[in-house]
Design a protein around this ligand. Structure first.
Ligand code: ADP
Ligand code: ADP
Ligand code: MG
Length: 448
């Protein structure tokens, strides 16, 4: 049994994990960079250890310091949250070698799925439909162009080690391919220290629909339904909802089965997400697997009533899943809006700085996960997401009304945020009718 756990993250997800631990009677150890000295996660955890300077490479990504903090504090487990070390197989391996429980899947599994080209190959072999494309080794420019022509333009170039919506390029015409291909490789090397890229057919007007998976240490794998994350800007999610307004019952069932097959194929343990793209004809294709808790997990919690972080901890300490697939029931409708410290009027430029005052909305079916407070300084060193606003209603209409009301009530002063942009999105007719795909925001909401 875990009695003390180290949270290797910051911000709202660190608070989310600390709260789950407190409910389970588990003591917590926070880690923080110098920039985060006055953070709520430091305040709320039972103990806190400084692990380095502002730069995340030297703090939140510093494996050695995090492991030392774990050993010194006597914590038996580490929850990595999302981002940072959550999908780093080396970190999971070091934990294992040090006898620390890593709350997530086995290092081998993270490693396999972390290379998105290899993950595609594995899924194809298992009979899970993948986006048409090429995941083999590309020897030279000549071969790359040949493959792209065979796939057929437009194609999408992706970094095998990519994530967070970065390292993705769409190429519409043959003449632009080689420049993009070579730039993509250089960018992948610079961002992910891995120049491997792979190619996919660009799916026109797709929906991004993903399935939440839970697997225990005894081979039981279930899914908790889908989340529609099609509302994106620059391939990054902005608003997520569950269930999806787009897929029919038959597609939902087939996608759920495919998601379970994908997880079983890699002997998946703990919480994970299978991301699919769905085309206009309801054909679905595996895109990637995220081997960690996801930013948008609260919408699934809202519609299933299952606390995903507590489940992750219980699975990691060896408990079998406490429910079966048949017992999972999707109730009502949930929406999440990501609140970012950024200025939509200036191309969504990040806007760190001091928050002079905050008003957090409340009420029945309203949840706000955040680590901000009046007087808090949003540091410039990390992701610009500062809060997640989540609502749950009996149906989509009620959820949309609740979200509008909650966004209206939410006040963050001192810095620019995307709150008004989210309201605009909620008020757009196409959103209200559920009539959108991944290109919606860039085509209809942003003038660029
Ligand atoms: P989700 O799929 O949970 O919505 P995101 O793609 O928004 O996840 O990523 C969550 C966080 O993790 C973001 O802060 C993002 O920048 C970061 N992240 C995700 N993948 C990577 C990666 N490969 N390298 C660095 N950061 C990443
Ligand atoms: P990341 O690892 O950065 O999350 P993904 O492979 O999940 O990258 O892709 C991120 C987003 O990019 C998707 O949600 C989708 O909007 C877009 N995208 C990815 N692949 C394709 C494709 N083949 N066709 C059209 N859009 C795509
Ligand atoms: Mg993705």
């Amino acid at each position: 049994m875990i009695s003390k756990l180290l949270v290797a993250n910051r911000g709202e997800i660190a608070l989310r994990i600390i709260r789950a631990c407190r409910e389970l009677g588990i003591e917590t150890v926070a880690v923080y960079s110098e920039a985060d000295r006055d953070s709520l996660h430091v305040e709320l955890a039972d103990e806190a250890v400084c692990i380095g300077p502002n730069n995340s490479a030297k703090s939140y990504l510093n494996i050695e310091n995090i492991i030392s903090a774990t050993v010194n504090s006597g914590a038996q487990a580490i929850h990595p949250g999302f981002g940072f070390l959550s999908e780093n197989p080396k970190f999971a391996q070091v934990c294992k070698e040090c006898g620390i429980i890593f709350i997530g899947p086995e290092p081998e599994c993270i490693s396999l799925m972390g290379n998105k080209a290899n993950a595609r190959k594995k899924m194809k072999e298992a009979g899970v439909p993948v986006i048409p494309g090429y995941d083999g080794l590309i020897r030279d420019d000549f071969e790359a162009l040949k493959i792209a022509k065979k796939i057929g333009f437009p194609v999408i170039i992706k970094a095998a080690a990519g994530g967070g919506g970065r390292g993705i390029r769409v190429v519409k015409e043959e003449k632009d391919f080689l420049d993009n291909y070579n730039n993509a490789r250089a960018e992948a090397k610079a961002c992910f220290n891995d120049e491997n890229i792979y190619l996919e057919k660009y799916i026109n007007k797709p929906r991004h629909i993903e399935f939440q998976i839970l697997g225990d240490n005894y081979g039981n794998v279930i899914h908790l339904g889908e989340r529609d994350c099609s509302l994106q800007r620059k391939n990054q999610k902005i608003l997520e909802e569950a269930p999806s307004t787009f897929i029919n019952e038959k597609t939902r069932e087939k996608m759920g089965e495919a998601a379970i097959k994908a997880a079983v194929t890699v002997n998946y343990k703990n919480a994970g997400t299978i991301e699919f793209l769905v085309d206009e004809k309801n054909n679905f294709y595996f895109m990637e697997m995220n081997t960690r808790i996801q930013v948008e997990h609260p919408v699934t919690e809202a519609v299933t009533g299952i606390d995903l972080i507590k489940e992750q901890i219980k699975i990691a300490q060896g408990n079998p899943l406490s429910f079966t697939q048949e017992e999972v029931e999707i109730k009502g409708h949930a929406i999440e809006c990501r609140i970012n410290a950024e200025d939509p009027a200036q191309g969504f430029k990040p806007c760190p700085g001091k928050i002079t005052s905050v008003h957090i909305p409340g009420g029945y079916g309203v949840r706000m996960d955040t680590a901000i407070y009046s007087g808090y300084k949003v540091p410039p060193y990390y992701d610009s997401m500062i809060a997640k606003l989540i609502v749950h209603g009996r149906n989509r209409e009620e959820a949309v009304s609740k979200m509008k009301s909650a966004l209206f009530e939410l006040i963050i002063e001192g810095i620019e945020t995307n709150i008004d942009f989210q309201l605009k999105l909620l008020n757009s007719k196409d959103f209200i009718y559920g009539n959108y795909d991944t290109s919606f925001i860039e085509k209809k909401m942003v003038n660029n």
